[in-house]
Design a protein around this ligand. Structure first.
Ligand SMILES: Nc1ncnc2c1ncn2[C@@H]1O[C@H](COP(=O)(O)OP(=O)(O)OP(=O)(O)O)[C@@H](O)[C@H]1O
Ligand SMILES: [Mg+2]
Length: 304
């Protein structure tokens, strides 16, 4: 069953088209990543999916329910970590989790949940005295307490340290293994590559690409990049004829050769045949970051 179906969803704030005609289907039992620059509409779209806000137009179906009209039913089956989560600051971690647990008919045990998220030593600490990353882990615990079949996690691990990030990834992979569906937003391409079964890239309120990480790279990034420094000058034109090479440019003192397949040994052989010494070499496979920058541009977003 599909967990989420959006049809032509719009959410406009005056002139700002925060969500501008999103058609999106998210299948169940997977981790789905929503990536996009600041202000591209991720949080606004997630708000529509969670029934926190009403679309200007279009339809949304989540777990077969209407998130606005059937919000109470959906709330029992859905967990969410909001980008701007707040909770009662004077409660301790354990009190906050138990308070949230009281809203639901069935919940997980608090102690093992805190242990999974590395929060056991902080169980008796007030929320207001936690560090940013610890607080973020509490919000994830609150999202998981009722063992939901669908999770929305906005800015999953933005404030947490590398150890906690790996622990949270393990928690989410376990949940996926149990057949649950998880929708995350993240600005970490490494996180999306490591975790997501499928990814949608959103920009200016529209989904501009969707697929597995490998599909997106194959469609929207250009193969392998070989960076060389050489002992003697090389004419970029002379390398463009090498089999598999698609582009040769200069970047400062680097020679940057982009291509598909096994072109690198052929480039090296050609340079060796011309007695040109290679003094430094770096090979990079195309990554999700290349896809993201190719599709959304390199200019920083201001005030969108
Ligand atoms: N309540 C609101 N009133 C007016 N404009 C809003 C409102 N909420 C969001 N916006 C605007 O909608 C656009 C999308 O915002 P949104 O928070 O969805 O972006 P985002 O993709 O989540 O960004 P980020 O990566 O920074 O979290 C922005 O231009 C924002 O200023
Ligand atoms: Mg956001």
């Amino acid at each position: 069953m599909n967990a989420v179906i959006c049809r032509e969803v719009h959410r406009h704030f005056g002139d700002v088209r925060a969500v501008d005609g999103v058609d999106l289907t998210i299948a169940g039992h997977q981790i789905f990543g929503l990536l996009g620059p600041n202000g591209s509409g991720k949080t606004t779209l997630l708000n529509q999916l969670q029934g926190l806000d009403t679309p200007t137009s279009g339809t949304v179906e989540v777990l077969g329910l209407d998130p606005i009209r059937q919000r109470e039913q959906l709330a029992l089956r859905m967990g969410s970590q909001l980008q701007e989560s707040t909770t009662i600051p004077r409660l301790t971690v354990a009190e906050a989790v138990k308070t949230f647990a009281a809203f639901y008919p069935q919940t997980r045990e608090v102690d093992p949940l805190l242990a999974e998220l590395g929060l056991t030593p902080k169980a008796g600490t007030r929320i207001e005295r936690l560090s940013g990353g610890q607080r973020q882990r509490v919000f994830i615990a609150l999202a998981l307490i009722h063992d939901p079949e669908l999770l929305f996690l906005d800015e999953l691990t933005s404030a947490v340290d590398p150890q906690a990030r790996l622990a949270i990834w393990d928690v989410l992979r376990d949940l996926r293994g149990q057949g649950r569906t998880i929708v995350i937003t993240t600005h970490s391409m490494a996180e999306a590559e490591a975790l997501c079964d499928r990814i949608a890239i959103i920009d200016h309120g529209r989904i501009i690409a969707e697929g597995t990480c490998a599909e997106l790279i194959a469609r929207h990034a250009s193969g392998t990049t070989l960076r060389l420094q050489t002992g003697a000058p090389v004419d970029p034109e002379s390398l463009k004829t090498v089999d598999g090479v698609t582009a040769v440019t200069r970047d400062g003192s680097d020679l940057v050769i982009v291509g598909q397949g096994q072109f690198s040994p052929k480039v090296m052989a050609k340079l060796a045949a011309e007695s040109i010494e290679v003094t430094s070499m770096n090979i990079q496979e195309a990554s999700l970051e290349d896809v993201f920058l190719n599709l959304t541009g390199r200019a920083m977003r201001e005030g969108e």
